[in-house]
Design a protein around this ligand. Structure first.
Ligand code: ADP
Length: 629
C-alpha cells in the first residue's frame, strides 16, 4: 500500500540531471558519502546510548557493503539510529534542497563535485551519480518506530511506504545505472573503500575472507585447524593519530607507517600533532628517508576529516616545504568542500599552516639538543627540509638557525654561529668581511679545495641542488659574510688580505706572458691575467666569477634568468707571476714557449674538468710525446 507520494520540494525544474552533469568528475565518492552517513548514524546511536537516551542493546554495529551483480545493486547497511518516515521526508527530501536555489545560481562556478556536495548538503544525493533508482529501508531506534521505505528514481518524484526492515538501522540500496556497472565489480568497491574508508571509526565489512581457526584436537592431542569464512573488515577503526602519544611506542608509529606506505624504508622520526584550540587537528607526520638525490615525492600526506579520507592534495594546508613529509592529518575544521582560492584565504588554514611549521621546528630543536650526534647522522636526509623551510618561511628560518647545520669537506658539522667562530681568524678579509668558501663537488674541485686547505682555510660542502638558493639566502641573512666557491678566483683574491705585494715582473714581461698564454688558449672567453700569487701556488689557475656562475646555476634550475643562461661561459685564467716556471717561459724560444704555455693551460683546464674531446686527446698525445724526448 502506497502511503504517500510526493514531489521533492524544490521550485527549480529538475535538479538531478544538473547534479549528475556537474558531478561527473569523480563518481566514486558516492560510496564515501554513503559510508560516512552510515558512520554518522552509528556514532549518533553510540552517543545516545552513552548518554542514557537509548537503553537497548547496541549489538553488532558493523557497516556492511554488499554488491549484487545480478540484481545490479549496491547496498550500504548500518545499524545506526535509522530514520522514521517523517525524518526521511525532513532530512532527505527537504534538507538536501534547502540550498537548491542557491545551488542553481552557484553550480556554474563550481569546480568539482566536492564543492557542490559539501556546500549544499547533497551527500546522499551523490548516489544518483551512479544509480537510476535509490531506495532507503530504515528503522528508527525510537521505541515503537515503524519501518520506512523511500524510493526515488532520480526525478523529483519520490514515494514513501512502510518498509520491511526489522532491525534498527538503515539500508541504502542503489540500483546501478548502465554507465556505472564498473562499480559492481568487487575489486572496484574494494579499492574505493581502501582509499576512503581505511581508518573509519566504525568497522566496515565488505565480503568475507577465509581464516584458519582451531577445531578441537586430533588423536595425538594436537590442535586441529579448519578454514572458515569470516567477515572481511576493511578498516582499522583506531589509527594511531586518534590515540594519545603517551599510549604509543615507537613500534606503533613504525607499524602505522608501514600500513600507510607498505614496503617503504623506515622513517627517520615523526611528530604527533594534537591541537584542539583554536582549531581541531590531529595527525602524525613522518620524516621519510630520502633516497640520495632530491627525490621529490609530494602528495604523500593524507588528509582526513573525522577519519574519512578526503584527499592527498594537502598543498594549501601544509606549508610548501613540508610537502615532502609523509603521514596523516585529520581535521574537521578544514573546509574541505570549498574551492582552492577559498582555502588559501581561510584563516584556519593559515593557522594550521603555521602550527605545523612551528611543531616541526620544535621537534627538530628537541632532536638536535637531545642527541646531536644522531641528529648529525640524519642531517643528510633532513637538511633538505630545513633548508627549504628556511628559504620559504621567515619564521621557520629564525627557529632553524639553532639547528641548521653546515658541513665541511672533512664531514664536520657546525651551526651558523659555530662556523662563524671557526673561520673568523683566517677568513676575514681586509674589509672585515668573513668569506666562507664552499665546493659544490669536492672531487671535481679537488685542486681548488687543496689550495684553500693549504692556506688553513676551511671549505664547506654545498652539493645539494637547493644549495644554490640557500647560499644566496645565507648571504642575505648573515652579517658581513659572503660565500664564494673555491674556484671563483685564485685563493688570494677570494679572500683579499692587506698588503698584497706587487710581483717582480716588468710590464713588458707581463704583457709577453699574457700574449703567450692567450695564444696557447686561443679562446676569447678565457681572460688571461698575470697576478702576484705565492711562489708555491699553481702556475696557472682557471676560475669563474662567483656571481656569473651563480646566475648560470640559477637559470639552469629554471630561476627565470635565462639571459645569463644564454651567455657564453667566461673564465679567468690567472698566471702566477711569482712561479719559477714563468722565468723559463720568458727565456724560451717561440716553439718552446708555445709548448710550455699549452701544457700549463691544459693542466689547469684539466683540473677544472674543462679539458675535453679533441683537446684532451691532443694533450694526452703531447704528454706521451714529451716523455719520449
Ligand atoms: P549531510 O550528511 O551533509 O547532512 P546528506 O545528504 O548526506 O547530507 O544526508 C542528509 C541527512 O540524512 C543526514 O544529515 C542524516 O540526518 C540523514 N541520513 C542520511 N543517511 C543516513 C543514515 N544512513 N542513517 C540515518 N540518517 C541518515
Amino acid at each position: 500500500m502506497v502511503q504517500e507520494k510526493g514531489t521533492i520540494s524544490i521550485n527549480t525544474e529538475n535538479i538531478f540531471p544538473i547534479i549528475k552533469k556537474f558531478l561527473y568528475s569523480d563518481h566514486e565518492i558516492f560510496l564515501r558519502e554513503l559510508v560516512s552517513n552510515a558512520v554518522d548514524a552509528t556514532q549518533k546511536l553510540k552517543r545516545l546510548s552513552s548518554l542514557g537516551h537509548y537503553n537497548n542493546e547496541l549489538g553488532n554495529l558493523n557497516i556492511k557493503i554488499t554488491v549484487d551483480k545480478e540484481a545490479k545493486t549496491i547496498t550500504v547497511s548500518d545499524s545506526g539510529i535509522g530514520m522514521t518516515a517523517e525524518e526521511i521526508k525532513k532530512y532527505i527530501n527537504q534538507v538536501a534542497f534547502s540550498g537548491a536555489t542557491e545551488f542553481m545560481e552557484k553550480f556554474k562556478e563550481a569546480n568539482d563535485a566536492n564543492e557542490i556536495i559539501g556546500r549544499f548538503g547533497l551527500g546522499f544525493y551523490s548516489a544518483f551519480m551512479v544509480a537510476d533508482k535509490v531506495e532507503i529501508q530504515a528503522l528508527s531506534y525510537q521505541e515503537n518506530a515503524v519501518p520506512a521505505r523511500w524510493i526515488c528514481d532520480g526525478s523529483t518524484e519520490f514515494e514513501i511506504t512502510e518498509g520491511n526492515r526489522t532491525e534498527r538501522g538503515t539500508d541504502i540500496i542503489l540500483y546501478i545505472n548502465e554507465d556505472s556497472i564498473e562499480f559492481l565489480e568487487n575489486h572496484r568497491i574494494q579499492s574505493i573503500l581502501d582509499k576512503y574508508a581505511k581508518f573509519l571509526p566504525v568497522p566496515v565489512q565488505f565480503g568475507t575472507k577465509s581464516e584458519s581457526v582451531e577445531d578441537g584436537n586430533d588423536e595425538e592431542g594436537k590442535p586441529k585447524y579448519k578454514t572458515v569464512e569470516v567477515d572481511n573488515i576493511i578498516n582499522n577503526t583506531t589509527p594511531i593519530w586518534t590515540k594519545s602519544p603517551s599510549d604509543l611506542k615507537d613500534e606503533d608509529y613504525l607499524n602505522f607507517y608501514n600500513e600507510l606506505y607498505p614496503f617503504s624504508e623506515a622513517p627517520l622520526f615523526w611528530i604527533h600533532l594534537n591541537v584542539d584550540y583554536p582549531f581541531n587537528l590531529t595527525g602524525v607526520l613522518y620524516f621519510p628517508k630520502l633516497k640520495n638525490d632530491f627525490e621529490i615525492q609530494k602528495n604523500k600526506i593524507k588528509l582526513f576529516s573525522r577519519q574519512v579520507f578526503i584527499t592527498d592534495e594537502v598543498k594549501d594546508i601544509v606549508p610548501e616545504f613540508l610537502l615532502l613529509l609523509h603521514g596523516v592529518i585529520d581535521s574537521p575544521d578544514i573546509p574541505l568542500n570549498v574551492s582552492r582560492s577559498f582555502l588559501q584565504s581561510d584563516g584556519n588554514v593559515k593557522k594550521i599552516n603555521s602550527y605545523i611549521s612551528r611543531k616541526v621546528a620544535e621537534k627538530l630543536t628537541e632532536l638536535f639538543k637531545k642527541d646531536r650526534k644522531s641528529y648529525e647522522e640524519k642531517w643528510g636526509d633532513i637538511g633538505i627540509f630545513v633548508k627549504y623551510g628556511a628559504l620559504s618561511d621567515e619564521k621557520f628560518y629564525e627557529k632553524a638557525k639553532e639547528f641548521l647545520l653546515l658541513t665541511n669537506t672533512s664531514k664536520s658539522y657546525f651551526t651558523l654561529d659555530e662556523y662563524s667562530i671557526k673561520v673568523k681568524d683566517f677568513q676575514t678579509d681586509k674589509n672585515g668581511q668573513q668569506v666562507w668558501l664552499y665546493t659544490a663537488d669536492a672531487e671535481r674541485q679537488h685542486s681548488y679545495v687543496a689550495v684553500a686547505h693549504k692556506k688553513n682555510y676551511d671549505v664547506l660542502l654545498m652539493d645539494s641542488p637547493i644549495d644554490t638558493h640557500f647560499i644566496q639566502h645565507l648571504e642575505m641573512k648573515l652579517e658581513k659574510t659572503s660565500l664564494k666557491r673555491v674556484d671563483a678566483d685564485v685563493i688570494d683574491k677570494l679572500i683579499e688580505k692587506e698588503n698584497t705585494e706587487k710581483h717582480p715582473l716588468t710590464d713588458e714581461e707581463s704583457n709577453k706572458l699574457k700574449q703567450a698564454f692567450e695564444k696557447a688558449l686561443n679562446n676569447a672567453n678565457m681572460k688571461v691575467e698575470v697576478e702576484s700569487l705565492p711562489a708555491d701556488a699553481l702556475p696557472v689557475t682557471v676560475t669563474m666569477e662567483e656571481w656569473m656562475r651563480r646566475m648560470k646555476d640559477m637559470s639552469r634550475m629554471g630561476g627565470g634568468m635565462n639571459f645569463y643562461g644564454n651567455m657564453p661561459d667566461t673564465y679567468k685564467v690567472a698566471i702566477n707571476a711569482n712561479h719559477p716556471v714563468m722565468a723559463k717561459i720568458l727565456a724560451a724560444d717561440e716553439a718552446q714557449q708555445y709548448m710550455m704555455t699549452k701544457q700549463l693551460t691544459d693542466l689547469a683546464l684539466l683540473a677544472t674538468g674543462l679539458l675535453k674531446g679533441a683537446d684532451l686527446t691532443a694533450f694526452v698525445e703531447r704528454s706521451v710525446g714529451a716523455m719520449q724526448q
